[in-house]
Design a protein around this ligand. Sequence first.
Ligand SMILES: CC(C)(COP(=O)(O)OP(=O)(O)OC[C@H]1O[C@@H](n2cnc3c(N)ncnc32)[C@H](O)[C@@H]1OP(=O)(O)O)[C@@H](O)C(=O)NCCC(=O)NCCSC(=O)CCS(=O)O
Length: 379
Amino acid sequence: MNAPAMTAEDAAALVEAVADFSRSVLAPAAAEIDRTGRSATMHLPQLAEMGIMGLNLPEACGGIGLPATALFEAVAAIAGACGSTASMVTAHWLATDSILIGGTPEQQQRYLPAAAAGKALGAFGLTEPGAGSNPADMTTRAVREGDDYRITGTKHFISNAGEADFIVVYAKTDMAAGARGISAFVVEPKAGGVRCSAPEPTMGLRGGHVFEVSLDCVVPAENRLGEEGKGFRTALKVLDAGRLEIAACAVGIAEAALAAALDWARERKVGGEPIAHFQGLQWMLADMATDIAAARQLGLAAARKREAGERFSMEASMAKLHASEMVGRVTDKALQIHGGYGFTTALPLERYMRDCRIFRIYEGSSEIQRNIIARHLLG
Ligand SMILES: CC(C)(COP(=O)(O)OP(=O)(O)OC[C@H]1O[C@@H](n2cnc3c(N)ncnc32)[C@H](O)[C@@H]1OP(=O)(O)O)[C@@H](O)C(=O)NCCC(=O)NCCSC(=O)CCS(=O)O
């Protein structure tokens, strides 16, 4: 079992500090980020100061080493305040987790301390225009040229890429070997050969920018993470953690929507009576709270397995599946409780609905999560 890097009391205090920061710094800017599409990286200096960019990394790599259960709560707090910021931060963690899981100790020391300190922003380059649900179909290739690799191809829907200092790119080193021919590389866009599109216009998470990335670059062989052909396994391990973080984002946004609905129900009157007095509405609130509690428990169960150093693929998929579907139900009910006001952009309800919609799609759609769960059940 992996020893937790800090005591439960220290972890709880850190989560509380992240929640305070989220309420006081992130939440007030969230509507403006959504309206203007300004990048959530505007918060990077303060996120860095709080140590948030390295919450997922062990102290030996410059991170905070927050235990997985506390990490779940920290992500929920960030997402409840600003979904775009949570998306940007967790995409950075996909990149740093790739190096932590797939890299050598030298590679970890080369990249992770600066990334944990928020001095270098990361992106995770797996998805392609023609390879979303099945990364094994990717066509990006890395061909060995002496001490280097030439990487050519196109990646799509890559969060942070346009501003990233490093992108972990998954590419085929053996085109005939399917998933076993995939290797991972750290690509530094400043070295040249990397072109990013303008940010894709999206329905939600408008400050969590996603890009198409065209690659025709040469990287030194020392930038390959681990052995050739081990990249797919690394990506799937990274995605276990990423899926848990999406579940946490869903719980955070759902809690924000429930809190807004509770306030509204207490204050809004119909026929002189607060709408909270009506049983139909009370039942909606009860269902929302129950749905959120179930999602949190699934997430924490997966996090406990992660903390114990056990494989948690099925649990992460269950947590993501349930939480990403749950947040759709909860935000819809919260908007309904607000009536016409919920439909206006003066209140955050419609933003919550837009921001959470992608959770059922990225880092493995709900259908992919069901496939993974069924495969674990059936063996
Ligand atoms: C649906 C899939 C899981 C199907 O994958 P495969 O069937 O092709 O692969 P598997 O047989 O399951 O796994 C291959 C291999 O790796 C081993 N493995 C897998 N996971 C782990 C783990 N956690 N720990 C250890 N080992 C693991 C597994 O046992 C196999 O080993 P053998 O080869 O048998 O020895 C997969 O295709 C899938 O997950 N698809 C969805 C892809 C996805 O989520 N894409 C999203 C990308 S990122 C994004 O959306 C946003 C990023 S951002 O915001 O910028």
